[in-house]
Design a protein around this ligand. Structure first.
Ligand SMILES: [Zn+2]
Length: 413
C-alpha cells in the first residue's frame, strides 16, 4: 500500500488548513529519550491533536522509525498517550515485521503489549501499564483479531491491511444507518457476525463502501451511476446470497491463486499488459468465481494508484435474455514506481438467468458492484454494444497472439 511518511501526512493536513502538531508533554519526552538511549529503532516523534489513522492512538513507522502519537485534550489523555507511546516503543524495540497474515499481525500486537509491560517495569513507570491493564489489552487484541477476521471475510480478503479497512468501513456503514442514534456496539457485533434480526441494519454487512478497502484511487470521468431499467430488485435474499458468497471466497482466495493466471494476456511493445478474464454466472458457485475475480482485480497491486469503471450491457430483464457485466481496471505504476508499465484488467461476466436462482445471484452481483461506485462509474448500454466491445478485445488478443513471435524475436535481437 502507498505509505506516506508521517511528516508528509502532517504537511498535507497543514496545507488543508489543519494545524495538527502539538508540543510534546515532558512525560512523553522522558519515555522517548529512554527508548533512544536503549538503542531502539527510532526516528522522530510527532505529537498530534488528531489521529493520522482514524481509530488509532499512535503508530511506529517500520522504515524511518518515526512515531506519531495522538494527544487529545482530555484530563485522562496524558496517561493514555504515555501508555500508547510505550506500545510504539515496544514495536521499535521488537522491530515488528510486516506480515500478510492476519494471525501473524495480531500475534505481533499481543507480543508488543507484553514487551510494553516489561518496559514499564524496567523504567519504573509501572502505573502506565499495570498487569491488570495488560490483561485488558490482550483481551481486546483477541476480540479485534476475531472482529477483523470476520470483517475481512465480508470483504473477501484476510490480508491484515484490507481486513482492518473493512472493519472501519463496516463501522461507518452502521453509523450511517444509525443516523442520530448513538453508537451501539452490540448491534455492530450482531451485524458483523450475522445474527442481527433487523434487516435494515443487517444489510450494512454487505452494503458498505468497498472503495475504502484501498488507500488510493484515481478518479475517472464519472463516479456513481445506476443500473436503470436493468436493476434487479434487492431484498434479504440477495443480501444473504452476497454475504454467503463473500465469506466463501475469502478462505479460497489463496487457494485459487492469482486471478491473472486464469486470464488471457495481451502484451504490447511498450510493455503495457492487459489481462482479459471471462466468467459466467448461472449458479451460486459461479457467483463466487465471478466475485473472486472482480474483488481480486480491485484489490490487486496494493501500491498502485487504480482507476476502475463498470459497464452493464443488456436489453431487458426478461428471463433467458443475457446481460454482460464488464469491469475495467487500470493500474498506474503497479509496483509504486514510475518505471513499471501500465497494467490493465478487463473482466467480463456473462449472466444468463435460467431460473430464479440465477436471478438472485445476479442481483447479488449488482449489489456488490454498487458497493464500489463512490469512486467508480457505472454505465449501462445495449447488449449489442457490449458484444461489440468484447469482440474488439478478442480481436486485439488474437492479433497480439499472431504477432507475438515477431515481437519476441525483435526484442531478443
Ligand atoms: Zn501495535
Amino acid at each position: 500500500m502507498l505509505k506516506l511518511s508521517f511528516a508528509d501526512q502532517i504537511e498535507y493536513r497543514r496545507l488543508a488548513g489543519r494545524e495538527t502538531l502539538v508540543d510534546t508533554p515532558p512525560e512523553c519526552a522522558y519515555l522517548w529519550e529512554k527508548g533512544k538511549a536503549a538503542g531502539f529503532h527510532l526516528g522522530r516523534l510527532y505529537m498530534v491533536n488528531e489521529p493520522l489513522d482514524p481509530g488509532a492512538g499512535g503508530a511506529w513507522h517500520r522504515e524511518s522509525g518515526d512515531v506519531w502519537l495522538h494527544c487529545p485534550p482530555s484530563p485522562d489523555s496524558p496517561v493514555r498517550s504515555q501508555t500508547n507511546l510505550l506500545h510504539e516503543l515496544a514495536h521499535a524495540d521488537l522491530r515488528t515485521r510486516a506480515t500478510e497474515m492476519l494471525d501473524g499481525y495480531w500475534d505481533g500486537e499481543a507480543a508488543t503489549w507484553r514487551r510494553a509491560r516489561e518496559l514499564a517495569v524496567e523504567w519504573g513507570v509501572e502505573h502506565l501499564l499495570t498487569q491488570e491493564a495488560l490483561e485488558g489489552y490482550l483481551q481486546e487484541t483477541e476480540e479485534l483479531r476475531e472482529a477483523h477476521r470476520q470483517a475481512g471475510s465480508l470483504a473477501g480478503s484476510l490480508c491484515p491491511y484490507t481486513a482492518g479497512r473493512a472493519y472501519d468501513a463496516l463501522r461507518i456503514a452502521l453509523a450511517e444507518r444509525l443516523g442520530e442514534q448513538s453508537w451501539d456496539h452490540d448491534l455492530f457485533e450482531a451485524v458483523l457476525y450475522g445474527y442481527c434480526e433487523l434487516p435494515d441494519y443487517d444489510a450494512a454487512a454487505v452494503d458498505f463502501d468497498r472503495s475504502l478497502l484501498r488507500g488510493c484511487w484515481s478518479l475517472g470521468y464519472t463516479q456513481n451511476g445506476d443500473f436503470g431499467s436493468l436493476a434487479l430488485p434487492q431484498d434479504e435474499k440477495s443480501a444473504g446470497c452476497l454475504r454467503y458468497a463473500m465469506q466463501h471466497i475469502t478462505p479460497a482466495s489463496r487457494r485459487r491463486g492469482d486471478w491473472k493466471a486464469g486470464a488471457q494476456t495481451i502484451r504490447y511493445e511498450d510493455g503495457e499488459v492487459t489481462y482479459l478474464f471471462h466468467t459466467r454466472v448461472e449458479s451460486d458457485a459461479d457467483l463466487e468465481q465471478a466475485l473472486w475475480a472482480l474483488n481480486s482485480a480491485l484489490l490487486d497491486y496494493p501500491q498502485a494508484s487504480v482507476m476502475a469503471h463498470w459497464d452493464c450491457f443488456g436489453d431487458d430483464l426478461e428471463r433467458q435474455s443475457a446481460r454482460i457485466y464488464h469491469l475495467s481496471v487500470h493500474y498506474e505504476h503497479p509496483d509504486g514506481t514510475s518505471r513499471t508499465p501500465i497494467t490493465r484488467g478487463e473482466i467480463w461476466v456473462l449472466c444468463q438467468p435460467r431460473h430464479e436462482h440465477s436471478t438472485k445471484a445476479e442481483a447479488a452481483l449488482q449489489r456488490f458492484i454498487r458497493g464500489w461506485l463512490r469512486v467508480q462509474g457505472l454505465r449501462c448500454g445495449r447488449l449489442s454494444e457490449g458484444l461489440y466491445e468484447l469482440w474488439s478485445w478478442q480481436e486485439a488478443a488474437q492479433r497480439r497472439r499472431s504477432s507475438a513471435p515477431v515481437a519476441e524475436a525483435s526484442s531478443a535481437a
